[in-house]
Design a protein around this ligand. Structure first.
Ligand code: K1U
Ligand code: ZN
Length: 173
């Protein structure tokens, strides 16, 4: 397994619609393994393939809380939201591609998602709480959308400027 570098906003690959995964291959299995390792190492609760520069509709997540016990690493290929609740919830979101910036985002409180698993089977599950927030945030990445796209333009611009500065500083070393 290999840790992959995570792209930082702004980057055109984070604004691009990702392509469906046509088949489960060894390359896809390796990509999923690397993404889980990269997510746990960050640390994060989710990671979408475009965040490591792969424009494929694949995401990983594990929103298990520390006091909940066993980890639940999940790999979702070609995920689709098939149902969303009318009830909304607000969560202060972060993003590994927008380090150290957080903002409240309102989303459906519950969603049902269908996806292809690494076992080649179709899965469907209803998510709530942090899992629901996380899976929607990750599917947004597959559609080239970031959590800052839900914010007012002024706040979004302020965060983007901070990220441009951060990238410049990191490039200087
Ligand atoms: O997609 C990403 O950039 C990962 C992101 C997912 C996410 C966080 C919060 C709300 C919705 C989606 C992160 O994992 S940011 C890091 C984070 O939230 C976290 C890290 C360690 C422990 C607990 C949370
Ligand atoms: Zn993110």
């Amino acid at each position: 397994m290999t840790l992959r570098p995570i792209l930082i906003h702004p980057d055109p690959r984070l604004k691009t619609l990702a392509e469906p995964v046509p088949a489960i291959t060894d390359e896809i299995r390796r990509l999923a393994d690397d993404m889980l390792e990269t997510m746990y190492d960050a640390p994060g609760i989710g990671l979408a393939a475009p965040q490591i520069g792969k424009l494929s509709r694949l995401l990983v997540m594990d929103a298990t809380k520390e006091d909940e016990g066993a980890a639940r690493p999940m790999v979702l290929i070609n995920p689709k939201v098939t149902w969303e609740s009318e009830a909304r919830s607000v969560y202060e979101e972060g993003c590994l591609s927008i380090p150290e910036q957080f903002a409240d985002v309102e989303r459906p409180a519950e969603v049902e998602v269908e996806w292809l698993g690494l076992d080649g089977k179709t899965h469907s599950e209803r998510f709530d709480g942090l899992w629901a927030t996380c899976v929607q945030h990750e599917i947004d990445h597959l559609d080239g959308r970031l959590f800052i796209d839900y914010l007012k333009p002024m706040k979004r611009q302020m965060i983007t400027r901070k990220m441009v500065k951060l990238k410049r500083e990191r490039a200087r070393g």
